[in-house]
Design a protein. Sequence first.
Length: 385
Amino acid sequence: MTKPAIRVATFDGPGAPPEIRSVPWPAVPRRAALIKIGACGVCGTDQHILKGHWPKPLPWPFTLGHEIGGVIVEKGEEFTADFMEKPLQVGSKVMIPPLMPCGHCYYCVHYPEQANKCLTPVYYGRYLGFDKAPHLWGGFAEYVYVDLDMLPGTKVYKLPDDMNLRLGALAEPLTSCIRAFNRAVKAGGFRWGDTVVIQGSGPIGILAVAAAQEMGAGRVICVGAPEEPRLALARKFGAEATIDITQVTTPEARIARVREIVGGFGADLVMDCSGHPSAGPEGIEFLRDGGTYVEMGQFTDAGSIETSWHRICAKDLTVLGSWAFTGNDLPLGVDMLYRARAKYPWLEMQTLYPFTQDGVGAAVADAMAMRTVKSTIVPFPDLVT
C-alpha cells in the first residue's frame, strides 16, 4: 500500500512566511525511526531566528521547531532504547531535544558538564537544511525523522506512557530552566528558601517560576508584560507578586518596587529569561550584595547595551551564564513535568494552532506579539486530547 506524503513547513529566511511542502514517506532503516508529532512549541529562539538575530549561518530553507512531543510510528529493528536505556517500541511517546552533543569532541570528552558546548552537535530545527533527505528535520511538520547512523549524536527520550504530548513539548524549555538553577546551586548561589526574581514572563519565565519553586525557592517574583495572558499566568504558577513593565516604566521604579516587595537589601537570585539586553544592568540592582545573577535568556544576539561592570564588583556578585543543557539534564525536565503534572496549570500556557500555512504563520506572529504565552502547533489533535 502506498504511504501518504508528509507535510513540512519551511522558511526561506528571516521575515519570510512559512511554506508548506510535501515530501515522500521515508524508508526507515535498522537504526532509525519516524515520529508522529503531537505538539511542537514555538520557541523564543525560533522567533529570534526569524528576526535575523541568530549569530551563525543557517541552512535556509529549513524547518524550524524543536520543542517536540511525539509518538514512534515506525522504527528499525535496532532502534530499541532511548538515551537512558529505556526500551522503545512503536507507540512509545518520545521527545527529541534540539542540541545533541556528539560525545566525542574536546568538550564532550574533557568537560562533560559543558557538553552543551559540543563542537559538532546535532541540531534539529536549526542546522539541518530542508534539502537534506528525507527532509524531516524540524518540529513544524507532521513527522520528524531520526537516524542514529546518519546523525550519531541524536538522542531520543522516552516519555511516560500516560503523559500528554503537550506536556512532552514543554520538557525541552523546562530543562533549560532547571540547568540554569543547577548552575547557581553548584556555584553556591541558590539555596532552599531563597528569594528569586524572574525577569521575563514569556514561556521560559513562566517555566522558571515553576522550576524555582520545585527546586526550593521560598519566594518568587516575576517582572515582565503584558498582564494578560502572561503576568496573570505567572501568578497562577505561584509567583507571589508580579511587576508590569508597561505600568512601572523606568528601571529605577522597578528596582524600587522589587526592593519593596522583597524587603531587606534585595533578592538572593535573579534570573533573566527575557531575551532583552537591558535586563542585565537592571537585574543586578534587584539583587542583595553577594547575590547571584543567572543569564539564560540571551540565547541569540539581540544586541548590546551600555553597562558598568563596577556594579558587579562593588556588589560582590556571582554572575553565571547558562546555555541550553546537556544530554543528562533532559530527564530532569521530563521528571519534573510528570511529578508536578497536577500542581501547575501547564496546559494553560499553550495556545493551540493547526498545522496549516495560516496556522503556522499565526502561531509565530502571535508569539512575537506576546498575544500568547506558548504558541503550540498541533498537527494531529487526536494525539493530544
